[in-house]
Design a protein around this ligand. Structure first.
Ligand code: FMN
Length: 235
C-alpha cells in the first residue's frame, strides 16, 4: 500500500465514516449541528456509587411538592444521562431500551432554577452530553397552565419533557411502532424516577396536558408525551 492509499483509508475512517454515522437519521438528534448554537457542557455523569436499584425502587414515590431551591447542574446532568444518555459508545446505544433501536425521543428541559443555567428551554444532545439553548426565559408558568394548571409543573425548578418523533419507529415497524414509542416513554420515565430518587430529588410523571399548547411552548415538531417536574422534596 503506497502513501496515497494510506491517506485515502485514513480520510474514509476519520472523516467520511463518522459523518455518515452522524447523518443516519435515527442516530441524529434534531438539535445537532446547528450553526451558532448556544451550548452548555454538562458535567460527566457519575456511573458508580449512589443508591442501590432495590433501594431506589423501594423509595420511589411521585412527589408533587418541592422546596423553592435550585437544583445543581450535576444533578440535571445525571437525570438527563439516566433518561437518554449514551451507555454504549460503539453502537450508540442509550440508557433506556428502544425497539430497533430507533430512539424516537428527544428530551427537552424547561429550566427555571438550575445552578449555572439561565432560565430557558433547552434540548439535550446525548451524543455530546450538552444542552442546546432553544429559547430564553422562564416558561414554567406557561407549562403549568398548559398542564391543566398542575402547580408542581410551575413550582419545580426544572421540568423534563419527553417528546416523541413517531416516524423514526413507525418507519421501521409500521403501526406497531406507535405502541413501541409509548412503551419506551415508560422506560425513560422510570429511569428518571429512579435517578431522581437516588439523588434525593423528587419527581412525578405528568401525562395530563394540552398537547398543542406544549408543542407551541417548546417550539417542537414532535409529540410531547410526558412532563417530569423535578425538585428537592418538601419535607
Ligand atoms: C401515564 C401516567 C400519567 C400520569 N399523569 C399524572 C398527571 O398528569 N399528574 C400527576 O400529578 N400525576 C400523574 N401520574 C402519577 C400517578 O398519579 C402516580 O404514579 C400514582 O398516583 C401512583 O403513585 P406513585 O407514583 O407514588 O407510586 C401519572 C402516572 C402515569 C403512569
Amino acid at each position: 500500500m503506497n502513501l496515497r492509499h494510506v491517506a485515502l483509508v485514513a480520510f474514509v475512517m476519520v472523516v467520511v465514516f463518522p459523518t455518515l454515522l452522524l447523518l443516519k437519521p435515527h442516530l441524529r438528534s434534531i438539535h445537532q449541528g446547528g450553526q451558532g448554537e448556544d451550548i452548555v457542557l454538562l458535567p460527566e455523569p457519575r456511573l458508580t456509587g449512589g443508591m442501590s436499584v432495590e433501594e431506589a425502587i423501594a423509595k420511589r414515590r411521585s412527589i408533587r411538592s418541592y422546596r423553592d431551591e435550585h437544583i445543581t447542574l450535576d444533578q440535571l446532568s445525571q437525570l438527563l444521562w439516566a433518561a437518554q444518555g449514551i451507555t454504549d459508545w460503539r453502537r450508540k446505544y442509550r440508557s433506556a431500551p428502544s425497539a430497533g433501536p430507533t430512539y424516537p425521543f428527544e428530551v427537552y428541559v424547561v429550566v427555571g432554577k438550575v445552578e449555572g443555567l439561565s432560565p430557558g428551554i433547552y434540548g439535550y444532545d446525548p451524543f455530546r452530553h450538552v444542552l442546546i439553548e432553544l429559547k430564553k426565559g422562564d416558561f414554567r408558568g406557561e407549562l403549568q397552565r398548559a398542564s391543566l394548571n398542575q402547580e408542581w409543573v410551575g413550582d419545580a425548578p426544572v421540568d423534563i419533557v419527553l417528546v416523541a418523533f413517531y416516524e423514526r419507529t413507525t418507519r421501521v415497524y409500521g403501526e406497531r411502532g406507535i405502541r413501541y414509542v409509548h412503551m419506551e416513554a415508560g422506560h425513560i420515565g422510570e429511569n428518571i424516577y429512579l435517578e431522581a430518587t437516588s439523588l434525593g430529588l423528587g419527581t412525578v410523571a405528568v401525562g395530563a396536558f394540552d398537547d398543542e399548547r406544549v408543542v407551541e411552548i417548546l417550539g417542537t415538531s414532535g409529540s410531547p408525551l410526558y412532563i417530569f417536574p423535578v425538585g428537592v422534596p418538601n419535607g
